[in-house]
Design a protein around this ligand. Structure first.
Ligand code: ZN
Length: 364
């Protein structure tokens, strides 16, 4: 933090926040602070109710196990009681839901949705096709990677003129692989010298870690996997349909935070009942997802989301605190980071931290 602040001031900025925000849509720290100040009160009343619900869930859970309870709801209780609430209040067992989302069936169906909406055609390439693209037949970095050629069906059918580029899917975890979900661009769309006809072949890769499958079952997608697939494919589609002249202005090189906008819009599909029904079928029986399960699942989108947003707001305020001090000396003097962090999280969400849980050790 001290070095970041020093660098920003050497470059003529008032703080690291001002330096970093220059490249983002907000542009300056005033916009960020005004944004969260405006947002916070809108969530507070609902968040209070949510926290009360979570506290009741925790009270009942600990009582059922005859465990003692200090009456507090801590930040680290959040994930656990959120899940318990989903299981008990919404009667939704995530592992049962997953049985309707076998990986490759679901991915095909998700691509069908993008295909219909954007007028694209996805054709899976076979390893024999790889030789046409590369003399040694090596076009991927691992044998598990699946490659699709992508065509714009509205331009010129499936001939060369309609060819857009390649989509690669690297879906399984393995040693040494990036452990989250992401979409990466291997080649940007742009026009080579010679104009539109010599456009590059943008290539984009979905890197996921789905599974491993439980013995006897195919690879099934969890709710988080589905969300990730819709989101990351949103990035991939944005890239594949880019019509920019210069690589510098390809969809990947928009403002860093704006790049999320198309993916966020496209991930909305995963909360649509009709879409979910078309994407899922039971891996064993082939049955569609029962309506009552869907009706219980879709409302979980908003479960405890006011609190979740306030937690983000607390993090934003902390970010501003440590990166946006008036003078360099103020940053140097900010020695104890934990206390203001705990206070900001508590102030925004009402959830308590280690300073309350174990004050003796914590406030030393
Ligand atoms: Zn994203």
């Amino acid at each position: 933090m001290i070095l970041r602040d020093e660098r920003a001031r050497l470059l003529g900025f008032n703080s690291h926040a001002e330096y970093a925000l220059r490249w983002l849509m907000a542009k300056n720290s005033e916009t960020v602070v005004a944004f969260v100040d405006d947002l916070q009160p809108r969530f507070e009343r609902l968040a209070e109710k949510e926290l009360k619900g979570l506290l009741e869930q925790k009270t009942a859970h600990l009582a059922s196990r005859n465990e003692s309870f200090d009456g507090n709801f801590y930040v680290w209780d959040w994930d656990f009681y959120n899940r318990l609430m989903m299981e008990q209040k919404y009667d939704l067992d995530q592992s049962q839901l997953s049985e309707y989302f076998e990986l490759w069936h679901s991915m095909d169906k998700i691509l069908e949705i993008f295909s219909g909406m954007l007028g694209l055609e996805f054709a899976k390439l076979e390893p024999t096709d790889y030789r046409k693209l590369s003399p040694d037949g090596l076009i991927t970095w691992h044998e598990e990677v699946v490659v699709y050629g992508v065509w714009d069906t509205e331009v010129a059918g499936l001939d060369d003129d309609g060819f857009l580029g390649f989509l690669m899917l690297d879906m399984f975890p393995r040693d040494g692989k990036y452990p989250w979900m992401a979409n990466w661009v291997l080649e940007d769309p742009y026009e080579r010298p010679g104009g539109k006809k010599s456009r590059s072949k943008p290539t984009t890769a979905l890197v996921c870690n789905i599974g491993p499958s439980i013995t006897g079952k195919p690879t099934l997608m969890t709710q988080r996997d589905l969300y990730g697939a819709f989101h990351e494919l949103g990035h991939a589609m944005n890239m594949l349909v880019g019509k920019n002249k210069y690589a510098r202005f390809s969809p990947y090189w928009t403002e860093t935070d704006f790049i999320e906008a198309p993916a966020l819009m496209l991930e909305n599909w995963m909360w649509n009942e009709t879409v979910l029904k078309s994407v899922g079928k039971h891996y064993k029986t082939g049955e569609p997802i029962p309506d009552d399960m869907l009706q219980r699942f879709v409302p979980t989108r908003n479960l405890n989301q006011a609190l979740n947003n306030l937690l983000d707001i607390g993090n934003v305020r902390f970010d501003m605190l440590i990166h946006n001090q008036k003078t360099h000396d103020d940053i140097v003097k900010l020695r104890d980071m934990a206390a203001p962090y705990n206070r900001l999280v508590f102030d925004s969400t009402g959830m308590k931290g280690p300073d309350v849980y174990d004050p003796e050790h914590y406030n030393k």
